[in-house]
Design a protein around this ligand. Sequence first.
Ligand code: NCD
Length: 307
Amino acid sequence: MRHLIQPEDLSNQEYMELLEATAHIQAHPDLYKERAKGKILGSLFFEPSTRTKFSFDSAMLRLGGEVIGFSDAQGTSSQKGESLADTIRIMSGFADILAIRHALEGASLLASKTSRVPIINGGDGGHQHPTQALTDLYTIYHYKKKLNGHKIALIGDLKYGRTVHSLIKTLARFDVDSFYLVSPEELSMPRHILDLMEDRYPNIKIHVLHEMEPAIRECDILYMTRIQKERFFNEADYLKLKNSYLLDEEKMELAKKDAILMHPLPRVNEIAIELDSDPRAVYFEQAAMGMYVRMALILKLLEEQDD
Ligand code: NCD
């Protein structure tokens, strides 16, 4: 059975097929209105979410399917002590596909062991967020018309940010030029991901920085992220780092004219509101495109399940 737990679960060819399918859905949404008729998405969000949960739900509804689930595990049997494995075993009898977000790293992988239907990881702790990476990939493809050759800046919390963990692994497979990894020392990209880059993609240049200006000047894609407050062990550490980077009009003047500015959202205070009207700022479009990407993904997994 197919699941999407981490970026490695899809081949490069499948990524390209999903990008093409997303573009087609976005251009002709009416053609897809009944494609998942009679199917049910279980939307199991044990951790807070706005974009991911509602873009999954909306994607399923726009395909003609139905949605069951929760956005707060209070009120479910997990409060009585039911294990995640048992919750999934039960829910996979009620739904045809499950999207799960959970605070524990590896929760989706565990879920895939007891599920009878495809599992999509909607974020597992500070680990991975493959559908955000797919959304990011599509956004880059949409604006830049290609995936290869880019210089990409990942800025902010690279330690706990699951979106950047999935994005770097996904983009590396498409011959990008370089990554500029900008974070405070305490929040740098995990060693195992840096080692993987070195071993598997020796041609991709990696620049590790603490200042964002050089990256802003050089890069084609600027990807800002929020400091992940909920993953810190104590508040003092968070308070010390929370305002590490603020991208404003003045700093954005350093950027290339055809750069794009992305953010998985929610933003806290990494991007000044004044940049919302900068034509290079695409984060709201990026969020909107997440729905079409999830339509393509749900269809693919449901079709494979039916085969
Ligand atoms: C991200 C997440 O949940 O990891 N949000 C999202 O899904 N768009 C990013 C974040 O919360 O900082």
